[in-house]
Write a protein that binds this ligand. Sequence first.
Ligand code: XMP
Length: 517
Amino acid sequence: PVLVVDFGAQYAQLIARRVREASVYSEIVPHSISAAEVAAKNPVGIILSGGPSSVYEAGAPSLDPGIIELGVPVLGICYGFQVMAQQLGGEVGKTGAREYGSTDVVASDTSNVLLHDQPEQQITWMSHGDSVLQAPAGFDVLASSASTPVAAFANDARRLYGVQWHPEVKHTQYGQSVLENFLHRAAGIPDDWNSGNVIAEQVERIRAQVGSARVICGLSGGVDSAVAAAIVQKAVGDQLTCIFVDHGLLRQDEARQVQEDFVASTGVRLVTVDAEDQFLDALAGVSDPEQKRKIIGREFIRTFEAAAEALVLESKADGATIDFLVQGTLYPDVVESGGGSGTANIKSHHNVGGLPDDLTFALVEPLRTLFKDEVRAIGRELGLPEVIVSRQPFPGPGLGIRIVGEVTRERLDLLRLADAIAREELTNAGLDGEIWQCPVVLLADVRSVGVQGDGRTYGHPIVLRPVSSEDAMTADWTRLPYDLLARISNRITNEVPGVNRVVLDVTSKPPGTIEWE
Ligand code: XMP
């Protein structure tokens, strides 16, 4: 792999993604890693990330100097560039001028492999207080900016490179080019990491892990569990059984897409538990959001456990055991939780609630090394239906938390219809890519007066909540075109009985959350 050494802040994940966009496999490692540990991973390249610190501050994150001496090509970025400069005998200090944001850089040596095919003048994105004042002996200065005399350097013989700017951010004009020049030209790493390889590698891993035991997997209708199940199916075929708890809170067509389209495209053996009545009975009379979430979580665990237990018994009768549970854990979760290896107890499942600790299967996590966009690419490669692969995030408790008020079958039907209209119009307008998700919410406890034909109406409002976001931690409301909003509003008020008003939520997160409950 290419190892991305994490010096803090958000940059390492972004770098790792860009490296993979260059079709090279990358892994994030902490800056506390030793040279021996790095060597043990057999890296083909090392990238030192940026970070929020200053290299000469006490307690600044450091790097085992042996790492740069391993003979593996190294690219230092921002803080990582300064760490390199300092360790190799260059000089880092304050020039007095800080550079934040868009910064013009002048390349003095575009013949260097790092700046191959780039112009002399380019716009980069910088964020630093300190600067490299003097490159280490043996290094050529490749570029400078108004306040940074050494904005990039290279030692071609030792294959050591560095840039002060952030090539991983999109505002840097030739950022991807710098990364690809380093990876492919300087380090000579082939661009052979792709969905097909990932699938082949995971299939082998899963076969080795699972042997002849049986495996179960919960399907939620979302992309992660679907892709995880499809890879495991490819690896061990009918040793896998999927469980789909249909809680009756999914959107129009979603249950069918899992039961028919997904099954048809993968050949997965699926057990569906039709639990709509059970969930609606449990939710009867309940309006409080937290209460609703708890009930849905509880019912989900009960139902899933019962289905899993039935499968365990069935296996016993066959003289087999179910030892494994598939989870769609993604790489960002792994990085954020410290990167421990996944074994034993189930922590969370289906995002609804958690599964209890006494359900102990070993975990199969085929997506542990992947980012979300890679999971979608693999889903496509595996031939999963596009509606599932490109599905936006949808909360585990489903439409249960998009009805403000009591959840009833009639209200669910209204909301499903309104939601389907909004989704169809967004898709037709080609705007699915512009938004992160667009919850459609029924204010069942609110009524307002309207007029339709000659008559007065007294109906419920529907809220449209289109948001743009990178990670759902923060979000802004999406400025959808007025004519699109008008079309959605007209159709919903005309086609959804009992709804006489459509309103747009123009609140960012914070202070509003994305969902209403
Ligand atoms: P909020 O409403 O907290 O939502 O801004 C952030 C993101 O999380 C989704 N969400 C959930 N996902 N189980 C989930 O799997 C849940 O209980 C849940 N609640 C909210 C929400 O759709 C948004 O993408």
